[in-house]
Ligand binder design. Structure first.
Ligand code: NAP
Length: 309
């Protein structure tokens, strides 16, 4: 029987692992489908304390992994399909055909990119539709591309893509960006970024090979439509929490975010804690996720000492 299983290997998961490993609990981490979490798909992280020159997202996550493993965290590169609670209050975590028994669980599964919900969307991923400029931007050199969204992610993606694309259209449903001021200023000052305000993408248009060649734009003020030639669409319209596998072990809000007890990482099920973006739709920062990972580890430690048998 494990003391702690941590589900997810983003900032929250690795921080929980560092703390529980240093408390001699030898945590088992189950990585999920995106080892390293969302920071592995970003470029430079400028706001994580302790890195005044900035640090690349994947490098930061590799350092967190090394720090967790140094203190004895074990990592299994597997996806969790289900968690169930046993009569004695322990848990069974099912992953890749295996079942792991554990006294506590820390859920740090983060969130996945949201899509527009247009027909054929899933089949276009990898054929000109993506949510990761870092992964796919370099494939689109000297051609026009677009980014959908008006938040920090959209601005960051758009700025990164100007290294490769001829023009980056930034398509936003309003005429004001919600991103932080520094990102807005940088974005609007970049001559390669062309904002397309009050508009949404209502269809993806493909060529004979099934690759995106253009999008249909709908102007939300007058309802008119137009075609915009782009070779790639980067969707940056927020995220959906990865909480579906937990069934009724936790309460969730209407968007699927896990509800924690006020000021805590504890959920409604004793011994099951939630940390990071899977439970936080408000801050959603690497550092706040790390902070919650720390809190969940401390709460799990306390729970284990109170329930020692
Ligand atoms: P976000 O702040 O929630 O922004 C999502 C954007 O997508 C909004 O502009 C929203 O429009 C738009 N949108 C949502 N649903 C849409 C739809 N169905 N159709 C068209 N547009 C839609 O998400 P985010 O940019 O991913 O940022 C998430 C968090 O991470 C934020 O707290 C952000 O500050 C943080 N972040 C920070 C950095 C950084 O500091 N370097 C980088 C990336 C992200 P509306 O504005 O009209 O709602």
């Amino acid at each position: 029987m494990e003391d702690v299983i941590i589900i997810g290997t983003g900032c929250a998961g690795y921080t929980a692992a560092i703390y529980t490993a240093r408390a001699n609990l030898s945590p088992l981490m189950l990585s999920g489908t995106q080892p390293g979490g969302q920071l592995t798909t970003t470029t430079e992280v400028e706001n994580f304390p302790g890195h005044p020159e900035g640090i690349m997202g994947p490098d930061l996550m590799m350092k967190m992994q090394a720090q967790a493993e140094k203190f004895g965290a074990r990592i299994s590169w597997a996806n969790v399909e289900a968690v169930s609670r046993c009569a004695d209050g322990s848990f069974l975590v099912s992953s890749g055909g295996e079942s792991h028994a554990t006294k506590t669980v820390i859920v740090a599964t983060g969130a996945a990119p949201r899509h527009l919900g247009l027909p054929d969307e899933k089949s276009l991923i990898g054929h000109g539709l993506t949510s990761c400029a870092t992964c796919d931007g370099a494939f689109y050199r000297n051609v026009p591309v677009c980014v959908i969204g008006g938040g920090d992610s959209a601005c960051e993606e758009a700025g990164f893509l100007t290294r490769f694309a001829s023009t980056v259209y930034l398509i936003h449903r309003r005429d004001t960006l919600r991103a932080s001021k520094i990102m807005v200023d940088r974005t609007l000052a970049n001559p390669k970024i062309v904002p397309v305000w009050n508009s949404t993408v209502s269809a993806y248009l493909t060529d004979e090979q099934g690759e995106i060649r253009a999008v249909t734009l709908t102007n939300l003020q007058d309802g008119t439509t137009s075609e915009l030639a782009v070779n790639c669409v980067f969707v940056a319209i927020g995220h959906v929490p990865n909480s579906g596998f937990l069934d009724d072990l936790v309460d969730k809000d209407e968007n699927g975010y896990i509800l924690q007890q006020p000021g805590r990482t504890a959920t409604k099920t004793p011994g099951l804690f939630a940390a990071g973006d899977v439970a936080d739709h408000f801050y959603r920062q690497a550092i706040t996720a790390a902070g919650q990972g720390c809190a969940a580890a401390l709460e799990a430690e306390r729970y284990l000492s109170e329930h020692a048998s």
